[in-house]
Design a protein around this ligand. Sequence first.
Ligand code: ATP
Ligand code: MG
Length: 319
Amino acid sequence: GNGARDRLRIAIQKSGRLAEPARALLTACGLSWRESRDRLFCYGESLPVDLLLVRDDDIPGLIRDGVCDLGVVGRNVLLEQDIALKAGGGSEAFREWRPLGFGGCRLAIAVPETWAWQSQAQLAGTRLATSYPAILRQWLDGQGIAAEVVELSGSVEIAPRLGQADAICDLVSSGATLAANQLKPVMTLLESEAVLAGPSSATSGASGLDQATPRQPAFDGIWDDARAGLAELLLRRLDGVLRMRHSKLLMFQASREAIPSLLPLLPDAEAPTVMQIDGGDGLALQALCHGAVTWQRLEELKRAGARGLLVLPVEGMLA
Ligand code: ATP
Ligand code: MG
């Protein structure tokens, strides 16, 4: 049920591609847990935020039923169940609160390597095997292509060889699995990654998987108990972690004259802090860089007069 609760419950994958990175991300947000003996439930210790460890396919349903408040799941799974739900007459959609930057893959149509591929019109009259029938059906309808969708729960890539289908619609990351089955990707239907999912806010209407912007505090429209505040807190920490994930703190010294040629070399930097070196005539600089701090960039900075370059990882930021 969706009664008043003072603890937030997040569903994550128990084992599989998203399990470890999901936990690592939530840990970076300052959460810690005590695990139950059966490893299905993790009781939040640092904050009243608990984890439920489940199969990824179950995550949207757990959110919809109010058993869990949020979930970490692939956009592919969330969108599939969102479309299927609406096709069944439901209006309450899920909401993608944040893309999380891991579990990247795409949902693509792949055909036998022997096909001379020209356009999607060639799919008319074919049988397409997939574990994502709702997304595929919606795409086919949108393109005006009449094709048969063959739903399979696994081993989709061998369906053409087994004669179950002519082509497939499946997740691709490196393409190695496709190549091993003499298939080639020809169309991308969806770019996917792991997302933080939740119920769609009561106020936003049934507009589907709308991407929430960072400045949209709407959790109090979903929960009128302690969970709204906890979700806000978690989201603020998550934004800090995600933003800092690839950021570095760059420190170095330079003469005053070198500064104008050094500043443009800082990769996507926030306004640097410039300090007078005690007793010397040089300056010490410190800049938070959101762009890639590569060896090549460090060498360019050195040539432009930077001395004692130091690159430090950033663990978090609270703006
Ligand atoms: P579960 O037992 O939880 O149902 P699963 O086998 O359905 O696990 P995984 O294979 O662990 O799921 O994949 C989880 C998610 O990882 C996918 O839904 C997708 O979003 C993402 N992913 C990233 N790369 C790939 C890939 N190459 N193949 C499949 N999924 C991928
Ligand atoms: Mg699954």
